[in-house]
Design a protein around this ligand. Sequence first.
Ligand SMILES: [Zn+2]
Length: 598
Amino acid sequence: MANPVLPSSGVLSPLGLDAVRLSPGFWGDRVALNREVTIAHCQEWEEREGWIGNFRGERPRRGREFSDSEIYKLLEAMAWADHPGLPALAETVAHAQEGDGYINTRWSGSRYTDFEWGHELYCYGHLIQAGVARLRMHGEDRLTQVAVRAADHVCRRFMDGTETCGHPVIEMALVELYRVTGTERYLEMARRFVERRGLPALADIPFGRAYYQDDIPVRQAQVFRGHAVRALYLASGVVDVAIETGDEELLKAVEAQWERTVARRTHLTGGMGSRHIDESFGDDYELPPDRAYNETCASIASIMLAHRLLLATGDVRYADLAERTLYNMLATGVALDGRSFFYANPLQVRVPAVPLEGVNHAAEGGLRSPWFDVSCCPNNIARTLASLPAYMATTAADGLQIHHFTPSEIRGGGLAVRVETGYPWNGAVTVRVLEDGDGRIKLRVPAWASDATLAHGGTVRPVAPGYASVEGPWRAGDELRLELAMSPRWTFPNSKIDALRGCAAVERGPLVYCAESVGDESPLADLAVRVEPPVEQEANGVVELEVEASLGDSDGDGWPYGPSRNGRVDASDARLRLIPYHRWGNRGPATMRVWLPI
Ligand SMILES: [Zn+2]
């Protein structure tokens, strides 16, 4: 079966990519654009920047020490998309593999001299994930041979010892390779990498060992901390190890860490990571909108983790967070034309960014860039969109579960259905049964859907957040209709989040909204909103909102503090237009804010 995550046990089972066909719609359009535009865009830039040339031995070597991993992520995207460019690129990569399976264009000659920053095992992790994707989509070929040889090399070199990599990802890669090949040493190697972490296994660094989750053993940690992508990749690998080894304690540890992280360290958009300096989680409730880092890769890692926990437990909360993160982070990370990307995703931008022609050397979030010195995010988006159907639905012994609503045809759990919907713009979801069959159909009722009904067989009943379930048998043509009321709603932060005190945000369905200002529109620096029902407007198929606000544009007079409340000196009443957060930054340099002072 072709799917990035195929656990041998769990409450829910994944479906293969071929079992979930996306039709034109919110996600189907993005998946098609990814296949037709973004994958080629990434390959062009990797060629132009010399990162592919590194594998041909072109010198001087170009790119960062981990640039090999970007080619591997791209290969994974190509594998899931069945892209015709894969064999030639895999052949180029294969040239750089040494006789014993070692492959790295930066460290060849001085291998394994820097576990803290060298990223050699991290690069193997992405190579192995690409190999797994190819094995599942196509079967053995040059790419899978390179990946398996690298994995065997890793097992020979690292099975005994105390070493591990500063950047996790090899853990989940090795477990998945075990799942596809049945070779137990890959699982055992992954297990050892997990157990070594925090003993500690790595040197102390100025950011502290928490940066790479080497401060305490995984089983003892209470919350995700340190570098957000590292933390979430590690947690995903830990879930995989826990499932395959039957280690309940390990699984429970990650569930508890997830729960606390979601409760205290997650932005409204599902973004994770508050600090720019080390791309890390902040302390509990440290969630500043303007300094939010929220790396696109961290959101992808969060989706990967939530999906694994959903498969393991069937708990709807994981699908709810995945939805929030899909619509407000993954969809935000890539421009509407598929050719530029956000790295950081703050919830407020005070100063419009200056457009760049070439490579962005920074990782700030003011304007999407076609490429970065560190281009993890574009390639990560490419591989995630290429495998997105994998996240939409699952099966269990009793039937089919649909977690995310987008126009699609789904076959699984003994059932074949077509999903018809204008989600996320409207909340009507029709599930049409295509063939006679039996089994229970479960539809996720999102946590935000306080007003929802399910119509079936001539009756309509209210359904609560969780899963709405209808028993078979089914005849071709039978229909379920889920109606989720999509009224815009005001959302208020927990008062412990100091940076958001006195603010509110607007959400509608799964979408977070924001105010955006381009050109000489109000800079949004000096505003206050009235918490009245927002007014909906449809523009080109997109639902926009308007709220009542006072808008000003006054500078302080020398000292921004005083004995009485100050600001909004020249405020005037206005209507403030809100757009879906995922669409911001598509009209050129802009200021933006999600959280609006009341
Ligand atoms: Zn990234």
